[in-house]
Design a protein around this ligand. Structure first.
Ligand code: SF4
Length: 416
């Protein structure tokens, strides 16, 4: 029997264990740290992560597991039953105290709480609920709470969780049923789907009730999300995006998180020895945004991944534009919003600003350059009265120019 861990030790273990959950992690950045005493800051840190509230604010969350003990043995998970990882478990009261302590010191604005499964799914879910309920009822905590939901827990417990939490999530874990059956045979893919459908139904009911009665109780007002591990099985990007698209449509998910598989100690032999390139995860997020916010159909994305994988050297929107040069340049003074959104470097916000400005006057290149984050990225694809990139679009080597923006002299602003 080992000695009892103090709170700081538990926090070190259970914040580290939570870092594998991508549900509120920053994605696509490079890994840096200052653990060698040189420099300041780290992109690898754990314990505090960022999330977006329903009104679009970015907030910091204490991101921890209630425990990393688990009765299941999912092959890809560091906390699986057969793993030799150091274990810890918080009490409900400890999580409550930590959350309030960090909140009062202004370190966080909310809590992201997940857990390994202990004793039973219901018991674990009850513990998670107990944390959220104590924070809300006893301490009147108004901060953001995201609870991971155990798919096998009783529906009444899930209903309670939604009463106290802003967001609930259930991880589908792997993109395909075959992958789940092979790497997490104790999990039931159909039950996970049913639990998500049930959550969706409750969230919709609650929204509808609140439309009619202002005081109707809320249920997970920030909706539900899920996470898929990328690169632990052979599922390609086409399969992953097809699954994500189906989840958005069928269960009204607010967000699908893609988490690049990280090799773990004592890994199961069926797992790949290395991690997929981190940029793959980033490309999936970009493609996901194209589906949700830019009006692209899944078949259009599939056309740019003939081998089933998104290109890594160029973002998917630029890859699509390169394959459809005949649609460019887009006249920013005339194009409808749907076409503006097809331009690399123009997102929904910039498209909205372009539409607003052009109601009053004609946009010239300098006007557009002020509206976009990267004039260089936009330049090959748009036309204004004083700029038309026809020669650029006709170049065989446009892809190389777009991928390697160093050769940017061609993108220099027009002479005044
Ligand atoms: S149930 Fe969750 S914590 Fe337990 S082994 Fe599977 S993925 Fe890991």
């Amino acid at each position: 029997m080992g000695r009892t861990l103090n709170l700081r030790e538990k926090l070190a273990i259970l914040a580290d264990a939570a870092k594998y959950d991508a549900s509120c992690a920053s994605s696509g950045t490079i890994r840096r740290h200052s653990g060698d005493g040189r420099g300041l800051g780290s992109t690898e840190g754990m314990g505090i992560c960022h999330a977006y509230t329903p009104d679009g604010r970015c907030i910091s969350l204490l991101k921890i597991l209630l425990t990393n003990f688990c009765i299941l043995d999912c092959a890809y998970c560091i906390n699986r039953r057969s793993s030799s990882v150091r274990r810890a478990r918080f009490t409900v009261d400890e999580v409550v105290r930590l959350t309030l302590g960090f909140y009062r010191r202004n370190y966080i604005e909310g809590l992201f709480l997940s857990s390994g499964i202990i004793r039973s799914p219901d018991y674990t879910m009850e513990q998670l609920i107990q944390v959220a309920r104590t924070l809300r009822e006893v301490h009147h905590f108004r901060g953001y709470i995201h609870l991971k939901t155990i798919p096998d827990a009783a529906p009444e417990l899930v209903a309670q969780a939604g009463r106290w939490a802003d967001r609930l999530s259930i991880n589908v874990e792997l993109p395909t049923a075959e992958g789940l059956a092979r790497l997490a045979p104790e999990k039931d893919g159909q039950r996970i789907e049913r639990a998500m459908a049930d959550l969706d139904g409750r969230i919709r009911e609650s929204r509808e009730a609140r439309r009619r009665f202002r005081n109707a109780p809320t249920f997970a007002p920030a909706g539900q999300s899920t996470q898929m591990i990328v690169g632990a099985d052979a599922a390609d990007d086409r399969t992953i995006l097809a699954r994500a698209d189906a989840l958005y449509r069928q269960h009204g998910l607010r967000r699908v998180y893609y988490s690049a598989y990280s090799p773990i100690p004592d890994a199961h032999p069926s797992l790949p020895p290395g991690a997929p390139p981190l940029v793959r995860e980033h490309r999936l997020y970009q493609a996901d945004w194209m589906l949700r916010f830019y009006g692209f159909a899944r078949s259009e994305l599939e056309a740019i991944m003939p081998d089933g994988l998104l290109p890594l050297d160029v973002d998917p929107k630029t890859a699509w534009a390169l394959a459809h040069r005949q649609l460019f340049p887009v006249d920013v003074n005339r194009a409808p919003r749907e076409l503006l959104l097809r331009v690399p470097g123009i997102g929904p916000k910039v498209a909205g600003r372009i539409l607003a400005v052009r109601r009053h006057r004609t946009l010239r290149w300098a006007d557009l350059a002020r509206l976009v984050a990267s004039p260089r990225a936009v330049r090959p694809w748009v036309a204004t009265p004083d700029w038309r990139p026809t020669a650029l679009l006709d170049r065989e080597s446009l892809r190389a120019l777009v991928v390697k923006p160093r050769q940017g002299d061609l993108f220099a602003p027009p002479a005044a």
